[in-house]
Ligand binder design. Structure first.
Ligand SMILES: *Cc1c(COP(=O)(O)O)cnc(C)c1O
Length: 396
């Protein structure tokens, strides 16, 4: 790692593609035979990561033209992509259909009508899943998106009344349902409770189910130590609940899928940063790094601040410090009251488990620093060294 940091500078993301392959295989084997797995490209659109997942049989879940391009660069065929999101514009739908995307998740009747109109302009019929916002929630874990008002999905209690209209939108064919009720479940039991809720809800929807996407929730640490969760019971318990509620599933009716971002890629990535300054102020120690929320934003800026438990690899913890980046805003705080080894300017620190929600979830262009270099490594060999670039272009 210190060689890579010397060679390519810091802040530097290093992705171990073998770890991506391991997580992909681990998740497929934790799921019942025949399950499809959508990779949520938003977790990390890096093409080398995409290629490991597409080559291993994953499909892509995308929700913008940029993600479509990232999916294609990552070896996913557009025909295998699932296009989701509450704000699909006509231009985005056009681009997706022109590229060959045929499967969409519809978040409302209007969204479905937009999809249908765009598909008709392309002389085709879009296969659509209805994203369902369940009326109640099974578990109170992770980031909840269902069981309450939401911009995501169609409220399940309105489905019976809406179904005739939903089922007759020109340019679309309803093929099933899409749930995504939870991220980063706190335990395997919480995940199973949620899936039971999803599967029973799906079985009672009263719509033809050729395809059922039960969502995600697979857990992995973010910017702190530890390993992705292990799912020992998932396969057998999911099989049992499917046998009970959707008995045709073993014969492919419905076909089943789930989704993951962080579980597949979080553990592959680490961020290398250097200490620029160590400063004491009124009894507090501030360790100022060359990486802030501009390179590790963690979806910051919108109320959800930062991973508060950024840990640095190194010897035993010897002091408590606030880790900050170089930006001119007090919001540029990576961690408060973090145990750190004694650090001096020039020291190299490592933030583990940032293969998901790294550069592209960061305030990349805020304060004008370049995006971090990203190095992909496979079997000890450097596969690519790249950097995202933002520049102003004339549009008119
Ligand atoms: C973000 C997202 C995911 C991925 O979530 P993770 O917690 O990273 O697994 C999957 N599906 C949908 C619809 C999403 O919006």
């Amino acid at each position: 790692m210190s060689e890579l940091a010397e060679r390519f500078g810091t802040p530097l993301y290093v992705y171990d593609l073998d770890a991506v392959a391991r997580q992909r295989d681990a998740l497929f084997s934790a799921l019942p035979e025949g399950f499809e797995l959508f990779y949520a490209v938003k977790a990390n659109p890096h093409p080398d990561i995409g290629r490991v997942l597409s080559a291993g049989g994953c499909r892509a879940e995308i929700s913008s033209t940029g993600e479509l391009q990232a999916a294609i660069a990552g070896g996913f065929s557009p025909a295998e992509c699932l296009y989701t999101g509450p704000g699909k514009t006509d231009a985005e739908l056009e681009a997706a259909l022109a590229a060959g995307v045929r499967m969409f998740s519809a978040e409302s009747l209007d969204d479905l009508r937009h999809i249908g109109a765009a598909a008709r302009r392309h002389g085709t019929v879009a296969r659509c899943l209805l994203r369902v916002n369940t009326a109640s929630a099974a578990a109170s874990t992770g980031i909840r998106m269902m069981g309450r008002p939401s911009q995501f999905g169609i409220d399940s209690e309105t489905l019976p009344d809406l179904m005739p209209a939903l089922a007759s939108v020109p340019g679309t064919r309803l093929v099933g349902a899409h749930f995504f009720t939870m991220s980063n479940a706190e335990s395997e039991d919480a995940l199973l409770a949620e899936y039971l809720h999803v599967v029973t809800t799906a079985a009672e929807l009263g719509m033809p189910l050729e395809f059922l996407d039960i969502g995600g929730g697979f857990a992995a640490p973010y910017a702190t130590g530890g390993e992705p969760a292990r799912y020992e019971k998932l396969r057998t318990e999911l099989e049992a609940m499917l046998d009970l509620h959707l008995p045709g599933w073993r014969a492919g009716s419905p076909r089943l899928a789930c989704e993951s971002g962080r579980y597949l890629v979080a553990s592959c990535g680490r961020l290398l940063a250097r200490v620029v300054n160590v400063k004491r102020s009124r009894g507090r120690t501030f360790v100022i790094l060359d990486a802030g929320i501009n390179v590790l934003g963690g979806l910051s800026g919108l109320g959800r601040l930062l991973p508060v438990a950024v840990r640095l690899d190194g010897e035993g913890a010897t002091e408590v410090a606030t880790l900050v980046g170089p930006l001119c805003t007090p919001g540029d705080t990576l961690g408060r009251d973090v145990q750190v080894p004694h650090l001096e300017p020039g020291d190299l620190v490592t933030v583990p488990n940032v293969g998901a929600y790294g550069p592209t979830a960061s305030l990349l262009s805020f304060l004008g620093r370049p995006a971090p270099v990203e190095v992909a490594v496979r079997q000890g060999e450097i596969q690519s060294v790249t950097r995202l670039e933002y520049r102003r272009v004339e549009v008119a």
